[in-house]
Design a protein around this ligand. Structure first.
Ligand code: PLP
Length: 328
């Protein structure tokens, strides 16, 4: 990233040689990103992160297709970036179905199919839950969406680089993630959109990103995102093995020492998240005691200033205040 702050500082939208140097770096990053998720590089839009990508994907799709319907289906355990966007859209007259989850945080595919109406435009389900790490049946959800001619947006912020994500195989029309979840810089992310998907931009401006996201390119951050994707792909096996080994050690530590019980053992989870329900101790008190050894959270990091049981834990029926979320 460093040369693109000072040495190659040209604006990628300019036609002169400084601009071309930046533009080439951006296009290289687009290829690195698309290789990781098996998309075409023409289908990658750079944004400031998953929150913006979700806003662009959801609002942009609904606006561009408002003549075809007004209904969205999502899940109670989504990240606030999705839930708050849906709440806003409800205030504008759209209808939203929030699917329940079972005790493992997974949706029921029959419920999903039942909730589809003639006016359903979009299904929005996350790949890996950021608090509990469980993996939704994305390929099957995508199949249901395709069979019903509905667009499928997947928030893969906690999945990309941690598990195999393939937009083709998984039947995904739109997918988002942020660079900082895979060792890249903060404030940069991606919206992948299949070339058949029509969007109305959130940011109108100088026509960047094929008119879908105006604003001068942040070349250093885009270069960092691309490199992070390249490394995530080349080191995938090694990284995953390290995470799985560490997770197994943590599980052993909590359970053999009788400190807590590891949750979601019967379902597939991403290798970097461990949910533990402590025995005989409140989560906040335990983390305070351990604060010199490690840091972790009781809800998602974004909710950490609010000391109430998170919407995710509530949705799966956990009512105690004894669950911690360890990110490895
Ligand atoms: N979606 C999920 C699953 C996340 O974990 C996060 C961030 O923690 C986001 C969306 C929002 O990402 P950002 O804050 O980079 O926009």
């Amino acid at each position: 990233m460093l040369p693109y702050f000072a040495e190659f500082y040209g604006n990628a939208s300019s036609n002169h040689s400084f601009g071309k140097k930046a533009k080439d770096a951006i296009e290289k990053s687009r290829v690195q990103v698309s290789n990781l998720i098996n998309s075409n590089n023409k289908e990658i839009i750079f944004t400031s992160g998953a929150t913006e990508s979700i806003n662009l994907g959801v609002k942009g799709y609904l606006e561009a297709n408002s003549d075809k319907g007004n209904h969205i289906i999502t899940v109670k355990t989504e990240h606030k970036a999705v839930l708050a966007t849906c709440e806003y859209l409800e205030s504008k007259g759209f209808e939203v179905t929030y699917l329940d989850v079972d005790k493992n945080g997974l949706i029921n595919l029959k419920e999903l199919t039942k909730s589809i109406t003639n006016s359903t435009l979009l299904i929005c389900v996350m790949y890996v839950n950021n608090e509990i790490g469980v993996i939704q049946p994305i390929k099957e959800i995508g199949k249901i969406a395709r069979e019903n001619n509905i667009a499928f947006l997947c928030d893969a912020t906690q999945a990309v680089g941690k598990i195999v994500v393939d937009v083709e195989e998984d039947n995904i029309d739109m997918l988002c993630f942020s660079a900082h979840k895979l060792k890249g810089p903060k404030g940069i992310g991606v919206l992948y959109k299949n070339c058949d998907i029509k969007l109305t931009p959130l940011l109108h401006g100088g026509g960047q990103e094929r008119g879908l996201r105006g604003g001068t390119y942040n070349t250093p951050l885009i270069v960092g995102l691309g490199k992070a994707c390249e490394l995530a792909q080349s080191d995938f096996k090694n990284n995953t093995n390290i995470l799985l080994k560490k997770r197994a050690e943590l599980k052993e530590y909590y359970e053999t020492n009788n400190i807590g019980v590891v949750n979601f053992k019967e379902v597939a989870t991403a290798p970097h998240i461990l949910s533990v329900t402590l025995k005989n101790r409140e989560a906040e008190e335990y983390l305070m005691l351990k604060s010199k050894e490690f840091v972790a959270s009781t809800g998602s990091a974004c909710n950490a200033e609010i000391f109430e049981i998170s919407h995710v834990l509530k949705a799966i029926g956990i009512t105690n205040n004894q669950t911690i979320r360890i990110s490895i």
